[in-house]
Design a protein around this ligand. Sequence first.
Ligand code: PLP
Length: 388
Amino acid sequence: MSQILFNHPSEKLYELFKTTPTPAIVFDLDSVEKTTHQMKSDIKNFINTKINFAVKATYNESVLKTISNIIQGCDVASVGEHKLAKQCGFENFTSTSPYYSIDDMKYFCANDVVLDLDSIEQIIQFGEQNFESKKIGLRVAVPIPAILENNASIGLDSRFGLELNEDTLDMLTAVTQKYNLEIVRFHVHTGQTTPDLLIYKLKYLLEKSENFHNLKMINFGGGFLYLYAHYEKLNKTIEEYNYIYRNWSKKNGRKMEFLVEPGSAFVTGNGYLLSKVVALKSHTGETPFVQCDCSFWNLNPWIISNPLNISNYGDTINEYTLCGATLFEQDKMPNKKISKVRINDLLIFPAYGGYVGNMKNFNLLHKIHFWGFYKGEYYEIDKPSFLP
Ligand SMILES: Cc1ncc(COP(=O)(O)O)c(C=O)c1O
């Protein structure tokens, strides 16, 4: 986890973990604030580039308000996310989704949000409505060369977006002419972005924009955890990015604006999952099972951090399968190496600040409590309204 973006919990917060009822998610809101300032000031150095927050990364209102006090723009994937983000103080919006219903389209048009559409069919459905605004954006699938792929990047194997090949360009010309639409934005998200991948996307999308004369903006999506893992390359990347843009702008006599919209880089390392050990058992030949009072399945399907046993920190390290509290067989974290575990020990899972509490609510478990730590104060904060 990036040392630039995220801090270790303060001593006071670490002590508070020990008295917090479990299961709980604790947000270090001071750290969310610091992370947001850090990214905002770094991104300012990229020419014509602004930073938005990808709302899908958290639906916690306290976290959203903390971020919207510092940056005003965000990306939303649905009407629900737009309503929540607006209520939490965001003022500028982008949106991309593989599917908007006609009612969704009407809602976003009425709220002056340009939709970045994912398929020719969605563009036709939008065009047929004959909305007053003729502006649309395009979700673009980027062919990432093998050399720039990383273990969390996604190029043409992504199911999202349109590949900008000749057939697509012909179809786009036909539908935009038919419905008098203007394509004003490219929107991509290619998983985790390294500095070299960002430069590649800039070059690729600027080149493609030469076929799109109304295009005013390129949105590079999120995936900044990897970008910050290469923080030492940031200054050189900024120089290269600005140089490429200036040359392109001179050659084409046009300007372009850029957006980035990380989600996890704002929040992931600023949240902790707290869970108690409630049972221990073993099956012959299997790694011992540790039953926890939280569910990993409901909370976060893709970031699985290694927990600390803070009740028995420093004891011998053993291997366990941590088990979640639902009846889903895969609700577990296999092969975790942690200090020897006893009943009632407190496990702290770092990197649980993003994409938590917004997943399925399988088995309708008891609600998980959310806590916020801000300027020395510790208090229970709102949970997503759809959790029981
Ligand atoms: C369109 C889009 N933008 C931004 C993000 C945020 O990505 P991350 O949280 O990795 O920064 C996502 C994540 O799925 C996305 O789909």
